[in-house]
Design a binder for this molecule. Structure first.
Ligand code: ASP
Ligand code: MG
Length: 423
């Protein structure tokens, strides 16, 4: 058994869906679990529907939902011939599920409604793609993962119930392979024991693939992406970015920690625990080697560069010149937790602390306001955090030439600098 995952960018057009079919044809003959995300930016569009609904803008919610409907109906129309009617019926049923909900008034909290609406993206995409594959004689069974994937009711960040899900895999998922070698299902979503839909957190489809690989003791997981593999830098920012063909699980976790947007960080643990390799392959050209991520340690990695822009540095100075001790440090971490803020870098001195965080919405201002009870606070904005793993003097000099360095942190493996954003 192999597990494949296709992300939103791999299924956002007719051509790309056809490319999914072409990839799958070269793997017939072995059982496959195919996990698919919502098409393109559908999840963002559904988030807007949920927000409008929750803010009692019902007409707007219905109108926004209509756009999501039309997008999927048009895709189905262009893609399907013999299987169109059946898919149309299934899509209509799925639409109705949400439309009913949108006609009610919100009485529960936002996260609950978010999940009931947003889960639809994956259900719609898989319905269309499964029908298309069957029409192309790539026989597959479509499964509503909500019948299999049991979670708690921590809406928008639901946690898996491994034992119930494991039982469902045996009772409901595996039997589907008696009629077809491929099962097509949704990433990112699940359901509680009361049949309420849940989601696992944005970009959670990678995690879904890893969970099922672990439960199925799969041979491997392959994430098909619109890049050539995991790269040592963002190719949009660095022309010299190149693919790294082999990485350890530990390295990919480090990269994710420093902000590289490669793979959902929760994905690695189930795979590492079960020694299942993870391949990141190029969706457009499957003949390219891509990247394999596994347990072996990998030497001689090139410098790995991660750039996080729009950072704020919060300077906290003790009010009475007392030294920074555990009271101040724990005060700081309590504040971070309370404001749901992640520290991207912390530096301590005798009487001051510096915390670098993403400068999102007005979170930093709220954090600063609360912190001012304990400290004298100043905020420095418009910064970029540059991280280089496996740095060399050459790479460091090249990347920081002519830059105003505000702060620097260094370990044998990793160097981080905070620099003033240009302009
Ligand atoms: N569709 C979801 C998202 O956009 C999950 C995923 O793509 O992994 O976040
Ligand atoms: Mg995605």
């Amino acid at each position: 058994m192999k597990v494949f995952k296709f992300g939103g960018a791999s299924v956002n057009s007719i051509e790309r869906i056809k490319q999914v079919a072409s990839i799958l044809t070269s793997y017939t003959g072995e059982p496959l679990l195919v996990v698919i995300s919502a098409m393109g930016k559908t999840t963002n569009a559904l988030e807007k529907v949920a927000e409008a609904f929750y803010q009692n803008r019902k007409e707007e919610a219905l109108q926004l939902f209509e756009q999501v409907k039309q997008y999927h109906l048009t895709t189905a129309k262009y893609l399907l011939i013999t299987h169109y009617n059946q898919a149309f019926e299934q899509l209509t049923q799925l639409f109705t599920e949400v439309e009913w909900a949108l006609h009610d008034k919100p009485v529960r909290d936002f996260d609950y409604y978010y999940d009931q609406v947003v889960c639809l993206g994956e259900l719609l995409s898989t319905t269309i793609i499964s029908a298309y594959l069957n029409e192309q004689h790539i026989l597959n069974s479509w499964i509503d993962i909500r019948d299999v994937f049991r979670t708690d009711n921590n809406f928008r960040e639901a946690g898996i119930d491994w034992s119930v899900t494991g039982r469902h895999v045996k009772e409901k998922l595996l039997p589907a392979y008696t009629s077809a070698g491929i099962v097509v299902t949704q990433g990112f979503i699940g359901a509680t024991d009361e049949n309420e839909s849940t989601t696992l957190g944005r970009e959670g489809s990678d995690y879904t693939a890893a969970i099922f690989a672990a439960l199925l003791q799969a041979e491997s997981v392959t994430i098909w992406k619109d890049v050539e593999g995991v790269m040592n830098a963002d190719p949009k920012l660095f022309e010299s970015a190149r693919v790294i063909n082999e990485l350890s699980y530990d390295e990919i976790i480090e990269m994710a920690y420093y902000g590289a947007q490669v793979i959902h960080p929760k994905t690695i643990k189930p795979l590492q625990n079960n020694h299942i390799p993870l391949y990141v392959k190029c969706f457009f050209d499957p003949s390219l080697p891509g990247t394999v991520i596994h347990n072996k340690s990998v030497r001689n990695l090139p410098p790995v560069i991660v750039v996080k822009s729009n950072q704020a540095l919060v300077h906290l100075h003790s009010k009475d010149f007392s030294f920074m001790g555990e009271r101040e440090m724990s005060g700081l971490y309590h504040l971070l937790k309370e404001h749901k803020t992640v520290a991207n870098l912390v530096q301590t001195g005798a009487v001051r602390l510096m915390v670098c965080t993403d400068d999102r919405e007005d979170r930093v201002d709220h954090l600063a306001a609360s912190a001012s009870e304990l400290f004298d606070v100043q905020i420095e904005r418009g910064l970029t955090l540059l991280t280089i793993r496996h740095y060399t003097t050459e790479a460091f000099t090249q990347l920081t030439a002519d830059k105003a360095i505000i702060l620097k942190q260094q370990s044998p493996e990793t160097i981080q600098v905070l620099i003033k954003q240009a302009g």
